[in-house]
Ligand binder design. Structure first.
Ligand SMILES: Cc1ncc(COP(=O)(O)O)c(C=O)c1O
Length: 367
């Protein structure tokens, strides 16, 4: 089948199938089953497999009791709902933001308010106004290669966010699963580095190794980490020790950095193909150019509704996600499109953006 006949999915933000280090992981799983049989197969501490906690602690320069491991990183939102939030607490999120976080926060009865995001991070005037208005318990932010917009907060922007947290006493939940996947430019200091006392930093091996290993981590205040570990114990007793031990073995053998380098080499041309296609096919579009991660996003011009666009795109064998799900106020996402580029080849990306441009042009002509 040629690319022109193939359906192109700009839908799920998943790693490329060819990115998984299966042979190395197989060796790691075999080794831990042979050498740590009881430790990884028996019930164990809910805070996670100790050697991996120690590895993460050393990697981030924190104490071991500041590290909690989890079954991926998403469940930390649920645990925070039990251990930190009370029903009716206000939580600020970026608008748009990661849709599953919205679902979990609402499930815990949080009052969620959105703060617009720009190519430089949170809109600081809007953030300050929202902080004064709702007095948040927590700000949830994805400062690096944000899902879904692709934006990265500048250092100045992060410094101001940190100042506001210090001044108004709210917690920051810094969700940073894409941070190691920078394809160009220099790393920006994390919020956890800027204001460690008020920041919970979470990340995951999902994007670095595989979602299937289900290993994530959170670092932060030791007392809060202990409360989260208790909530974890009450929720699932023991974590995924086999996965955590395999990931530990992977990191301990020095395989993580070469794996990240392989990923950057695989994904960089995909980002470049996406940006080149945007410039070529949609020169007038309002879009955020990412420097890493999985996503590029654009906002359609007024008059083009994403719903109509999605229907027409599907007819042209191009699947797009409903952007409204990423917004605390769904109507704000009516013209928003997220394009995940990592699980497509450069050729598919170019073809997909071309099809998108053709559909946009048709709709614009019809007025
Ligand atoms: C911003 C963000 N946070 C958290 C997650 C959850 O990932 P996991 O639970 O696999 O670590 C994702 C997954 O796509 C994500 O994009």
């Amino acid at each position: 089948m040629t690319t022109s006949e193939r359906t192109i999915n700009f839908t799920r933000g998943v790693p490329a199938d060819e990115a998984f280090p299966a042979p190395e992981l197989a060796d790691c799983v075999t080794a831990v089953l042979r050498e740590r049989r009881v430790q990884v197969l028996q019930y164990g501490p809910s805070a996670g497999f100790l050697p991996l906690r120690e590895w993460v602690a050393a990697h981030h320069g924190v104490a071991v009791d500041q590290v909690l491991l989890g079954n991926g990183s998403l469940p930390f939102i649920d645990l925070l709902g039990w251990a930190l939030l009370e029903r009716g607490d206000s939580v600020l999120v970026e608008s748009p933001t990661y849709d599953r976080t919205l679902t979990l926060l609402r499930r815990h009865g949080a009052r969620v308010a959105g703060v617009p995001i720009t190519g430089e991070g949170l809109d600081l005037d809007a953030l300050e106004a929202a902080v004064r208005r709702v007095r948040p318990r927590l700000l949830y932010t994805i400062p690096d290669f944000q899902n879904p917009s692709g934006a990265t907060a500048t250092l100045a922007n992060r410094r101001r966010v940190a100042e506001l947290a210090a001044e108004h006493g709210f917690w920051i939940l810094e969700d940073a699963p894409y941070r190691p996947l920078r394809y160009r430019g220099a790393e920006v200091r994390s919020l956890h580095e800027l204001i460690p006392a008020r920041t919970l930093h979470m990340s995951s091996f999902t994007k670095q190794i595989s979602p299937g290993v289900r290993v994530g981590y959170l670092i932060g205040d030791a007392r809060l980490v202990a409360r989260l570990a208790k909530a974890a114990e009450d929720t699932y007793i023991t974590p995924n020790l086999l996965g955590e031990a395999a990931v530990y073995e992977f990191c301990h053998r020095g395989l993580l950095e070469p794996q990240l380098e392989r990923l950057r080499t695989l994904y960089r041309p995909r980002l470049e193909a996406a940006c080149a296609a945007m410039r070529r096919c949609l020169p007038d579009a309002a879009w955020i150019e990412p420097d890493g991660g999985f996503f590029l996003s654009l906002t359609l011009s007024a008059g083009v509704r994403a719903e109509d666009l999605r229907a027409r795109a599907a007819a042209a064998k191009l699947n797009l996600t409903d952007g409204r799900g990423f917004f605390p106020e769904p109507a704000d996402g009516d013209r928003f499109l997220r394009l995940p580029f990592c699980a497509l080849t450069p050729e598919e990306i170019g073809d997909g953006v071309q099809r998108l441009a053709e559909v946009v042009a048709t709709l614009a002509r019809r007025g």
